[in-house]
Ligand binder design. Sequence first.
Ligand code: ADP
Ligand code: MG
Length: 468
Amino acid sequence: MSDWNYKIFWDEVLRQFKQELPQGVFSMWFNMEYEDSKENTIILSVSSKFLETQTKQRYQKEIEKKLFETSGINLKIEFIVKEKTKTSTDETDNIEVHSQDKNSQNNKNAGNRINNKTSKPKKGYHPALNKDYNFDDFIIGQNNNFAVNAALAISKNPGETYNPLLIYGGVGLGKTHLMQATGNALWESTELNIIYVTAEHFTNEFIDSLNKKKMADFKKKYRSSDVLLIDDIHFFQGKNETQEELFHTFNELYEKNKQIVFTCDRPPSELKNLSQRLKSRFERGLNVDLQTPGFETRHAILLKKMEKKTVKIPDEVLEMVAKNISSNVRDLEAALTKLIAFTELTKKEMTVETAKDLLRDVFGSSRQRNVTIDIIQKTVADYFSISISDIKSKKRTKSIAFPRHVAMYLCREMTECSTTELGNEFGGRDHTTILHGFNKIEEQITADPSLETTMHELEKLIKEATNK
Ligand code: ADP
Ligand code: MG
């Protein structure tokens, strides 16, 4: 025991954050435990270097401010990394969207699996699942929070929470990863018979079985699964016989409370050439979508991917990449791979300049490329029903100053223009004014998470306007 014990202050500060922050944000970043106190210092543990850096960057100041308000002492915080304590995934357990009975055997087992992150499962890996697609490596952001929670809930209570679960969204947003993470979690923690197939594979196997007169085997195989994961069901469009077979498989599994998970590149309502009754099965349970990740999440994904690499890429380069590639995670990964390969080959530190050079074609094809200040100003002006000249004007009424700050913020996020250039485009203002506007919005987003939703909406509108 040390002479100091500030735990009581820490508990209070933690309680305040929990109250103030959106649940998902709290769970993601306050994944730390009180360890000890020393003179004027509280020592907290986190589960990875990654979390340490991120938490420090985001919350150290705020935490210390609150500690001062609570205790009247200038308390500092220090982190230690404890690899096998809680992981980010554990915490997301606590933000379940659905609280189901937690006593079933499956649930207990699955919970253990997530808590005790082990290297290799005793029984080996599931032959059809990619072992790297697990929950620990999946970064949670506003764009996927709900889907992750649903998948986690299923990995604890298969067949009992959401059935079927259908995850939909554009290419490269993590559908397969999330689906397989669910499969891997269940594989490690239960003895359930888990089948993962792509819709294409299912279709080919079905046709093959028909030709070889082995339909009985096919039926038996799929209908005896405990967990059936079918990836990319949009492939079933127009495949009438396969649809028919799937319909019956579905019914049989569903009746027996077996878990079914689908992924699709669009909401099921938009599927064509699909029998109505199958469509209604897809829509029956829970449909969740994956959105494109925001800048913070993209940055966090890059940092996470770098954890496992031996080469280092400076953070400013990662930030630049995250800023410029907003289409999907797959593109983000491809860019990172390119930078890593180059660094390994040349053994030189990567610079922002070299990275821009290397990724020029990638940025060129990235949709963000053409986002212009004009489009941003126009979209924001329309959104708030003011004029572009208002945005550029010197008027300071709140109904104009706020949209102006929003536009400044988005310009910094979505274009590569410097603050000086932006100053010129905002009625000849100084670059510090742009920074001020940016910071103001950033503060407001922290204080009022609903603003983040508005920002996402605006980003979407801007991208749409850009691609017109
Ligand atoms: P989809 O099936 O939606 O096309 P994938 O699941 O294949 O997308 O994801 C593409 C790549 O991006 C994979 O390598 C996956 O690991 C990665 N990825 C997607 N989302 C995330 C995330 N939130 N955190 C970490 N990696 C992600
Ligand atoms: Mg996929």
